[in-house]
Design a binder for this molecule. Sequence first.
Ligand SMILES: NC(=O)c1ccc[n+]([C@@H]2O[C@H](COP(=O)([O-])OP(=O)(O)OC[C@H]3O[C@@H](n4cnc5c(N)ncnc54)[C@H](OP(=O)(O)O)[C@@H]3O)[C@@H](O)[C@H]2O)c1
Length: 72
Amino acid sequence: MHNKPVALVTGANKGIGLQISKELATHGFTVLVGSRNFEKGKKAAISVGADARAIQLDVTDQHSIDAAAAYP
Ligand SMILES: NC(=O)c1ccc[n+]([C@@H]2O[C@H](COP(=O)([O-])OP(=O)(O)OC[C@H]3O[C@@H](n4cnc5c(N)ncnc54)[C@H](OP(=O)(O)O)[C@@H]3O)[C@@H](O)[C@H]2O)c1
C-alpha cells in the first residue's frame, strides 16, 4: 500500500514552485510537478527526485484542471 503523502505544486518547473517541490520531496512527499510546458516540467521533475512526476496543468484552463484532477 502507498502511504506516502502526495503534493501537487503548480508553477513548478522553475522559480519558487520548483524550490517548493524540492523541499516537499526532501520531506517525504511524492511531488506532482505542475506547469504548462510539459517538456520543462519533465526536466524539473528529474531534478526534484526519483519520486516526482511532471503533470501538464494550466491553472487558467478548466479543461486542464479537470485533466490534472483525473491524473491517476
Ligand atoms: N521570485 C520572487 O522573489 C517572488 C516573490 C514574491 C512573489 N512572487 C510571485 O510568485 C509567483 C512565482 O514566482 P517565480 O519567480 O517562481 O516565477 P517564475 O520563475 O516565472 O515561474 C512561474 C512558474 O509558473 C508556471 N506557470 C505560469 N503560468 C501558469 C499557469 N497558467 N498554470 C500553471 N503554471 C503556470 C511556469 O511554468 P509554465 O510557463 O510552463 O506554465 C513556471 O513554472 C509569481 O506570481 C511571482 O509574482 C515571486
